[in-house]
Design a protein around this ligand. Sequence first.
Ligand code: HEC
Length: 136
Amino acid sequence: MKKLVAIVMFVLMTTFVFATTATEEQQYQERMKRTGGYMRMLRENFKSNNREKVISAAKELESIFKQEGKFWTKRGTSDAAKLSKEAQDAARAIVTASKKSEDDQAAVALKNLTNSCTACHAAHRELTSGCSGRIK
Ligand code: HEC
């Protein structure tokens, strides 16, 4: 019985360690899923002219891309780090412009942000099947 408990404990612990160290790749994908969500929120609210929500979505994106920058810098992938920085700057520009109700400027920044998504996906996202992919 003791042995069984020990085994169960061992299994639980290894699963726990494994789960909490959720590979950086898994965390990355999680972050990108959130990115997709905030981007949708940003676009919809931009269309409907809800600046408050545009600002909050853009702020979230700014902070996500800051983490992105760290991730890629640590990996030594300089072009992706640069694209993360550009995305971060574009998100911040959306916040700044929206606060001043400069929607044209915000639209330009939104376009820049979208370009960063596309550029990085082209270079560093490998589609495995359908819409799921991994880091390239
Ligand atoms: C610096 C690089 C980089 C930038 C910038 C970037 N992405 Fe990604 N993105 C990736 C990589 C790499 C993957 C593949 C990772 C994976 O699926 O595990 C990915 C995957 C995704 C996914 C799929 C996640 C899933 O469910 O598998 C979505 C959605 C996404 N990105 C949205 C965006 C949006 C929207 C932007 C711009 C606002 C953006 N990304 C900008 C690198 C980037």
